[in-house]
Design a protein around this ligand. Structure first.
Ligand SMILES: [Zn+2]
Length: 134
């Protein structure tokens, strides 16, 4: 979701709730045989601050589906994470930058997804490798 900050300022709309979902790039997932089951869901709000930067807070939910990294059974896992970021007009190497007066919230959500991504998908806690009996 892209917020047109200049338009918000012109309309005096400094606070808003946002809820959106989108199909993320599968490249965010680094686990073999795993993909996103459904679009990433984002629910939060943004505030435009006095210095025209934008504060964005949200809860992010996504579901991974695919094969258990240990036993290769079909499984899925829902991950919830949250983010709290700022979009600014000048690059400070810490916050997100506006592009042409626009804040691309999905950019921040993608990063939150990457940070929260499990390293493997397990069908249950402590799933073991397929046992080979000798
Ligand atoms: Zn398993």
């Amino acid at each position: 979701m892209i917020i047109d900050v200049r338009k918000c300022l012109a309309q005096g709309k400094f606070n808003a709730d946002v809820a959106f979902s989108y199909r993320p790039d599968e490249g965010l997932i680094d686990i073999p045989y795993v993909s996103f089951k459904e679009p990433i869901a984002v629910k939060g709000s943004y505030h435009i601050l006095e210095d025209d930067s934008l504060e964005f807070e949200a809860e992010v939910t996504y579901t991974l589906q695919g094969l258990c990294s240990r036993c290769l059974r079909e499984t899925e896992e829902t991950v919830k994470t949250s983010l709290h970021v700022y979009f600014v007009t000048e690059d400070n190497e810490e916050d997100y930058l506006f592009r042409g007066g626009m804040a691309d919230l999905s950019e921040a959500v993608n990063d939150a997804v990457l940070l929260s991504m499990p390293r493997s998908l397990l069908c249950r806690q402590g799933c073991e490798m397929i046992a080979y009996h000798s």
